[in-house]
Each structure stands twice: as C-alpha cells, then as structure tokens.
Design a protein around this ligand. Structure first.
Ligand SMILES: O=P(O)(O)OC[C@@]1(O)O[C@H](CO)[C@@H](O)[C@@H]1O
Length: 395
C-alpha cells in the first residue's frame, strides 16, 4: 500500500493479508468467521432455506471469493470493489477487504436485504441485546452520578476514558479470545494525545463535534455519555453521530442499537435516565444529529471518503473516531513501522481528529521508539489482545 498525500509523503507499507498461518488475520478468517456463523445459527432460529445459505457460505469461505447474487441491491458497487479479488482465495487478498465482504455475504445469506420476512432482521441482535443486561454495564451506569457531578474537566476526562475502554467490549473480538475481557487493561496508554483534544475542545468552545461510532451496547453507552458531557458543558454546540446503515462486524452500532441503548438508560432511571432525556431532547432539536452513510459499511479505507461525507466531516471542530476497524481504515491496514508518524499518515483527513482505539489487530503507528522496545520485550500480545490503547490526535 502506498499512501502519498503530496504535501505529506509517507513511507509505503505492504497491505495486511491473511495467508500467514497462525497470524492474527489468518485466525479471523479461518476460525472467527466459521464460529460466527455457528453463533448466528444458534441464536436466531432461521428456516431451512437460510440454514442452507449459511451452509453454502461456510463452504464458500473455505474456497474462493464469489460475486454477490445478480439481484443484490448493491451488486454494482461490490463488483467494482471486488474486481481485483473475485475468484481468488480469501486468505490471499487484503484483510480489510475480505472481512468486510464476509459480513456483506453473511447478511445476504440471512435474507437481511431480501423482501421476505427476514428482511431487516439483525443476525447479531441477540448478542448485542444481551450485552445491555450485563453486570458490567449495570456497574457503568451506577458510576454515572459521580461522573456527572465531578468538576467539568474531570468529568469530561472520565467520559473520554470510558469511551476509549468501552471499545474493549467488541463482540467479534471476545468471540475469538473469550479470555480477553478478563485480562487487565493497561491504563498507561501507548500514546495519549488527550491534552491536545481538550485544547481543540477547550472550555466554552461550542464546537461542532462528529463522532464516528463503533460498537453497540457498552461502547455506545459510553459514547453517548461522552456526547452528553460535551453538549452539557458547552464544549460542543452540536454533535453528529455516525452510525452504520446496517449490521456489520458483529456488534457495530446501527440506529436500532442507538434507540435500544437510549431505552436502557431511560429504564435505569436516575442519572442514566436524565442523560437519556437530554440526548432525546438534543435529537429532537437538532443538536445531536444521527447519520448512517453507506461508506461506513464499505471495504474502503478513509483515503477514499466520498465527497459528500468528506464535506460533512470537514465542518467539524474535531472528528472523534472510535475503535480498531475505523483506525485500520484511517491509517491504512498495512504493515507500518510502529514509529511512523500518526500525524503524517492522517494528514489527508479533512478535519482535526481524535482516534480512540484499544488495540485488537496488528496495525500500530505513532508509538514512541522507547515504548515500542519495552512493549516488544515485555508484552508480545500488545497489538492484538485488547489490553493496550491509544488516544491519537491530529489537529
Ligand atoms: O472495530 P472494533 O470493533 O474495535 O474491532 C474490530 C475487530 O474485532 O475486528 C477486527 C478483526 O476482525 C479487528 O480490527 C478488531 O479486532
């Protein structure tokens, strides 16, 4: 992959593919995806025709990459994106692309885009819903009173930290490493530019904040608390929340998931209920806008932002970008030297940005050389086991 943005040329790096046995992407394609199909069938009682389609998908992912059916509504777009890869082995094409296409085929198999009775039924809904009932989430909600009554900057910083670590609550990640949630998070961030974020969003800024969401459930709950704090403190006059237009990467948040989290907050009452009321009012009067551009479910990196979305983002005081996949799409899913400058790699992005990511895949950039030496020596799994995190800001 070569990403050369003219003014800020950056080194080239090879795109990550999945054909190295026992590598992280190899595990995702050969283990996580079949497991995911099994989980979906266990949790949703699909009829024989859909079961057969899921069987077929299992066969397909052991073979070569097929086209979408001729009548798929988005066939033309995928034909273009898939042109270099159709008929090749899944493990031999860019990991970013193959994962995205797998999720598209899974929705096809379950009839999500059909005109039949399974249209619009989220195959991942049972997993997402279950997360709203966990003791972890109940504990998060119980802590909200302290967060809301804390001095302004302390409350904002706590909300930012919760939003960052909420990204550990990614269901796809937990499926492939069930012990991950039990591993301790390393609070000493691999990179922490949060001071720069708070400079961009200083007291009384009344900025226009965009938040590109990642997972539903616990992560989205924390993101909504952060949004509430930004609006309530006047750091943001408006927030635009970018959700997925349809289910994706197991637990990615859609508008349905947003409404479910708001209902969960409302049901919890007290401070959580007040937050739900304020956010509902903000949606009602336009201070919190919800958008779901088709690009967010495409297999493309953010270097290929469509013009309409780039124009929307360009108006932002800061764009907060959540999660591991968005980070891969932001810097390029490639074998970067981890000390490559995050600022240089993201200089093409149309607005100041803050990336909040727990590390759950091989990509690493913006790491201080001394810290890198220490990480490689002491914690070999730091790139993928979800225990480490970064807050990278480019102003
Ligand atoms: O984007 P998220 O929810 O933080 O993480 C998505 C994820 O689980 O999926 C990919 C591998 O399947 C990795 O990027 C990451 O581990």
């Amino acid at each position: 992959m070569t990403i050369d943005e003219g003014q800020h040329p950056v080194p080239a790096a090879a795109a990550i593919v999945s054909n190295v046995p026992d590598s992280f992407p190899w595990g995702v394609l050969t283990r996580r995806h079949p497991e995911l199909i099994a989980t979906v069938r266990r949790l949703v009682p699909y009829p024989p025709a859909i079961q057969e389609s899921l069987d077929q998908l299992l066969v397909t992912i052991d073979g070569t990459i097929p086209p979408l059916p001729a009548d798929a509504h988005d066939r033309a777009a995928w034909q273009e994106w898939a042109a270099p890869y159709l008929g090749r082995g899944w493990l031999d094409v860019p990991f970013l692309w193959s994962e995205s296409y797998f999720y598209r085929l899974l929705l096809e198999a379950t009839g999500y885009f059909s005109s039949g009775p399974w249209a619009g039924i989220d195959p991942f809904a049972p997993q997402k819903t279950a997360e709203l009932d966990t003791p972890d989430l109940a504990r998060d909600l119980g802590d909200l009173d302290r967060l809301v009554t804390a001095p302004e900057q302390a409350g904002l910083s706590a909300a930012l930290t919760a939003s960052l670590w909420g990204n550990r609550a990614d269901l796809g990640f937990r499926m492939s490493d069930p012990s991950a949630q039990g591993k301790d998070q390393v609070d000493d961030l691999v990179a922490d530019d949060s001071a720069e974020l708070w400079r961009l969003l200083g007291a009384g800024t009344q900025g226009q904040v965009h938040l590109v969401a990642d997972n539903a459930g616990r992560e989205l709950t924390a993101d909504l608390v952060l949004i509430d704090r930004l609006l309530a403190t006047g750091r943001a006059a408006t927030v635009t929340l970018h959700l997925k237009p349809h289910p994706y990467y197991v637990s990615d948040a859609t508008t349905t998931d947003l409404l479910q989290v708001l209902r969960r907050l409302e049901a919890a009452g007290d401070t959580a209920g007040d937050i739900a009321d304020r956010l509902g009012a903000a949606i009602g009067d336009g201070r919190l806008q919800v958008r779901a551009h088709a690009f967010w479910c495409s297999p493309l990196s953010f270097h290929e932002l469509p013009a309409d979305l780039a124009t929307q983002l360009a108006e932002a005081t800061v764009v907060i970008i959540k999660g591991d996949l968005n980070y891969r799409r932001l810097v390029g899913d490639a074998h970067w030297d981890p000390t490559t400058s995050f600022q240089d790699l993201t200089s093409y992005f149309p607005a100041p940005l803050a990336a909040l990511r727990t590390l759950k895949s091989d990509v690493a950039v913006g790491v201080d050389p001394d810290r890198l030496t220490q990480l490689e020596a002491n914690t070999p799994g730091w790139r993928t086991d979800g225990t480490h995190a970064v807050i990278h800001v480019r102003s």
